[in-house]
Design a protein around this ligand. Structure first.
Ligand SMILES: C[S@@+](CC[C@H](N)C(=O)[O-])C[C@H]1O[C@@H](n2cnc3c(N)ncnc32)[C@H](O)[C@@H]1O
Length: 473
C-alpha cells in the first residue's frame, strides 16, 4: 500500500512526465514554424541598437527593443498600411518607428516614466520652436539651477532614500523648482533631461528586480561590495544631456516629418482596461513586448524616476498591482470585474493542459515549501491568465489580414521550464490566429546562476512570435 509520501512522489513524477509529454506535443505541433532567424541578433531585439540613433538614444530603456526590429519585421511580413498598436508601449519604440514608416500609431503604457518619455518624443516630432532651443542654451550656459531658490523636495520612497550625494540632491531640487517658471515646451524638455540622468548621478544601478546600491551610499547589504564606478555630478550630467538633445534636435530635423500628418496616440492606463474600449477589426497590426514572466519589477527599477514624477509610497504600490503580473508581489486580479466578456480567454487558460500541469506542479512545490518564493505560483498563474485576455482582445481589435508580433522570453522556475512561446501561441491559435512563425533568436538566455547550480544549464528560448489573423477569421 502507498503511504502519503509515496503518493506524493508518484504524483510528482507523473506530473513532471505529463509536463514533458505536453511540451513535446506542442513542440511537435509548432516545430515546423520555429526557425532560428539569424537576423534577429540580441542587438536588434534589445535596446542596444537604439543607442546610436539620434533621439532614440536620449533615454536608455533597457527593456526596450530597437527601431530596426520594427523595420525588419514589417518589411519581412509585408505589413499592411493602417493603424499600429503597441499595448505595452514602454518608451514608444514601436510607435515612433512605425510612424516614421507612415503609420498612425497608438500606444498604451502604464508606467509614468514611459509616458513622460513618449510625451517628450511627441513634442519633438511635432517640432521644437527656435525660442525653446535658445532658452535651453541659456540654461546650459547660465547653469540656472545653481542660483535657483529651492522650493521643491523630491519624494523619498523607502527604496530611494539616500540615492544621491547631498550636493546632487540639492541641485536636482533647485533645478526642478526653477523649471516650473518656464513655458510648457521648455519645461517639458528640461524635466525630461533630468529624468534621463538620474541613474548616472545616483548611488544606484538598475539591476532587474531591485536597484543595486553602491557602497558609498552607506546603504549596502550583504558581503559583496558594489562599486558602480564614476558617479557623475549633476552639473556635468545635465549639461551633457541637454547638449545631446539640442544636437539631435538641430541636426536631425526629422526626414520623417514627411509623415507630419500621421498622429501618435498615447493612452496612459493599463492595457487591461484600455483594450476592451477599442472597436473590432480596427488596427492593421500590433507590435509589442509585454513584461516577461521573470519577476522583473519595473516599479522598483524605475523608482528614482517615479519619485521625481511625484509617485509616493501608496502610488507605487498601486502601480505595481495594476501592472501585468510579473512579480512575486502581484495579487490576483479580478479579470471578470474588468471585463465580463473574458469568460472566454479565462476558460481557454483553464482548459490548457500544459499550463494547468505546470501550475499544479508549482502549487505542489509551494505547498511543500520547495519554491524559493511562494509568490512564484501566483505570478505565473496571473501572467498567463492576464496574457490570455490581452491576446483575446488583440485578436478582436485586429483587422483581418493583420499581424500581431510579440517579443518574449521563456522562463524556468524550480527546474520547470515554462515554454511561454508555445503556451501563448497555443492560446493565440485558440482565438483564431494562424501561428505563422515563432522566430527563435540564435542564442537563448541561460537561467540564473542560482538555478544553474541546482538544475543544470538549459538555454531558454527568446523569440518573436508572428501571429496572423487570416482573412477568413
Ligand atoms: C518590455 S517593456 C516594453 C518596451 C517597449 N517595447 C519599448 O521598446 O520601449 C513592457 C512595458 O509594459 C508596461 N506594462 C506593464 N504592465 C502594463 C499594463 N497592464 N498596461 C500597459 N503597460 C504595461 C511596462 O511598464 C513596460 O514599459
Amino acid at each position: 500500500m502507498l503511504t502519503t509520501i509515496d503518493k506524493h512522489v508518484k504524483n510528482n513524477v507523473e506530473n513532471i512526465d505529463k509536463i514533458e509529454a505536453l511540451t513535446t506535443e506542442l513542440c511537435n505541433r509548432f516545430g515546423n514554424v520555429m526557425p532560428h532567424d539569424v537576423n534577429l541578433s540580441r542587438q536588434i531585439v534589445s535596446f542596444q541598437a537604439n543607442k546610436q540613433l539620434p533621439v532614440y538614444r536620449w533615454y536608455k530603456y533597457k527593456e526596450g527593443f530597437s527601431a530596426n526590429l520594427i523595420h525588419y519585421l514589417f518589411n519581412k511580413y509585408d505589413v499592411i498600411e493602417g493603424d499600429v498598436l503597441d499595448p505595452f508601449a514602454g518608451i514608444g519604440t514601436a510607435l515612433f518607428a512605425s510612424n516614421e514608416r507612415g503609420a498612425v500609431s497608438h500606444g498604451i503604457e502604464l508606467l509614468p516614466i514611459g509616458q513622460e518619455v513618449m510625451r517628450t518624443r511627441k513634442l519633438v516630432e511635432n517640432g521644437i520652436k527656435d525660442e525653446t532651443v535658445k532658452r535651453i542654451k541659456r540654461w546650459i550656459t547660465g547653469k540656472y539651477w545653481k542660483t535657483a531658490k529651492k522650493d521643491k523636495d523630491i519624494i523619498e520612497l523607502n527604496i530611494t532614500r539616500g540615492a544621491y550625494p547631498e550636493e546632487t540632491k540639492k541641485d536636482i531640487e533647485s533645478y526642478l523648482s526653477r523649471i516650473d517658471a518656464e513655458p510648457p515646451q521648455v519645461r517639458q524638455i528640461l524635466l525630461f533631461a533630468a529624468l534621463c540622468i538620474l541613474e548616472p548621478i545616483s548611488f544606484t544601478r538598475k539591476d532587474g528586480q531591485y536597484l543595486r546600491w553602491d557602497y558609498r551610499s552607506g546603504r549596502t547589504w550583504g558581503k559583496k561590495r558594489f562599486d558602480k564606478g564614476e558617479i557623475l555630478s549633476f552639473d556635468r550630467a545635465i549639461t551633457d544631456k541637454l547638449n545631446e538633445i539640442l544636437f539631435d534636435i538641430e541636426n536631425y530635423k526629422r526626414e520623417s516629418r514627411k509623415h507630419k500628418n500621421k498622429e501618435v496616440f498615447l493612452y496612459e492606463s493599463s492595457c487591461l482596461n484600455q483594450l476592451p474600449k477599442f472597436k473590432n477589426n480596427f488596427f492593421a497590426s500590433i507590435m509589442t513586448s509585454p513584461p516577461y514572466c521573470n519577476r522583473y519589477d519595473y516599479t522598483r527599477t524605475y523608482a528614482l524616476e517615479l519619485a521625481v514624477l511625484g509617485i509616493d509610497e501608496s502610488g507605487l504600490k498601486s502601480l505595481r498591482q495594476t501592472m501585468l503580473s510579473s512579480t512575486v508581489e502581484n495579487k490576483e486580479k479580478d479579470l471578470l470585474a474588468i471585463n465580463p466578456a473574458w469568460t472566454i480567454p479565462i476558460s481557454i487558460a483553464n482548459e490548457h493542459e500544459l499550463l494547468q500541469a505546470i501550475l499544479e506542479r508549482l502549487k505542489y512545490l509551494k505547498d511543500n515549501g520547495k519554491l524559493n518564493n511562494n509568490g512564484i505560483f501566483r505570478m505565473v498563474r496571473g501572467y498567463f491568465y492576464e496574457m490570455s485576455c490581452v491576446i483575446y482582445e488583440c485578436f478582436r481589435i485586429l483587422k483581418k489580414g493583420g499581424y500581431f508580433f510579440m517579443v518574449n522570453d521563456n522562463v524556468k522556475y524550480a527546474g520547470i521550464s515554462i515554454p511561454v512561446d508555445l503556451i501563448l501561441s497555443d492560446f493565440a491559435s485558440s482565438f483564431g490566429f494562424d501561428v505563422e512563425n515563432i522566430l527563435v533568436l540564435p542564442q537563448g538566455k541561460g537561467n540564473s546562476s542560482q538555478q544553474m547550480g541546482q538544475h543544470g544549464r538549459e538555454v531558454l528560448r527568446k523569440c518573436v512570435y508572428v501571429w496572423h489573423k487570416g482573412v477568413k477569421s
